[in-house]
Design a protein around this ligand. Sequence first.
Ligand SMILES: *Cc1c(COP(=O)(O)O)cnc(C)c1O
Length: 385
Amino acid sequence: MTYTDQIPLPVPLVDLSFQHALIKDEVQAGFDRVMANGSFILGPEVERFEAAFAAYCGVDHVLGVANGTDALELVLRAAQIGLGDEVILPANTFVATAEAVLRAGAIVKLVDCDEDFLIDPEAVRSNMSARTRAVIGVHLYGQMAPMELLRRAGGPDVFLVEDLAQAHGATRFGARAGSLGDAGGTSFYPGKNLGAYGDGGAVLTNTQRVSDMVRALRNHGGTNRYEHRFPGLNSRLDGLQGVVLSAKLARLDGWNQLRRDAARYYDDLLQAMPEVVVPRVVEGNEHVYHLYVVRVPNRDRIVNHLTGLGISASVHYPVPVHLQPGFSDLGLPLGTFPVAERLSNEIMSLPIFPGITNEQQDRIVAALQNALVLHRQPAVLRAAG
Ligand SMILES: *Cc1c(COP(=O)(O)O)cnc(C)c1O
């Protein structure tokens, strides 16, 4: 290893400059087109992206919306899931998944995850009730939840939703994220694997009825001007974002491969550190490493040590949904989801993005090694001594 703690070389969690340099000219030309024809909201650039992303994911319909949270809400509303209906989702997700269920008017029914951070199909099965209408598989950190097991756990009448905000391009037994559920919602927040230059999101589905509903719902409840079939919302993708997303989609597979290469490099370096548990790829999955999440002892002290050296290690997520103050109404105390709770205290995300260099990764791992030695628990030191 070339770099040590003494050499200051800050590493951000995500660096988008590598991607921007490659699409800069294409984006500028596209922005010029949008500004020339004035199609700032939806319009031809969005339609072009919707068609390309649908073909890429292997689904019939993609509808661009304002963000990923709206996408999930619209999926549920389009399936007429709302008041009094229960929706099952994992306790360890970004809070948006749960917010979308509440915004649709439905009941949040959280369940625990497995050791790979993915929603536990067994927990889904045991939480099914007469009121369960939907199950949301969250493809956390870049690999897909076991959709076929969730389908079996939910049974034929349950509407199966994919939250693929962290898994653009990921596959399970060869099928792309977004193509295995009854519908999917995704985000194009700038830091996602497929990110816009602002907020954005999309609904994916093979069901014409869901597609028609979302098309109207996203645009004040109608597709013809001043004709409102029902009260909808304003949740549309901008033309400028369509330009950026088309340019990035054409390069997504290559960039996901760079993420996998970086993950392999971390895996190899971290092999020498038995205290660090590296992420496992679940059988049948191709991972796209939106995040590279390891498990370490003394997590908070390790993260502080790294951030103090300018290495932006982070935690996704430090507090599961049921322990967030905003979700105390759920009435689920500490101890309800033992796996999600335990993992939330052990996980740490190391920087990963297309363009991260081996030198940066060397430095991160060297700093991590020092941090582990420095912050080893006294009991462990005693045992070792
Ligand atoms: C980012 C994200 C969302 C929400 O996306 P926004 O575009 O920020 O609304 C939903 N679910 C997961 C798992 C996410 O990572």
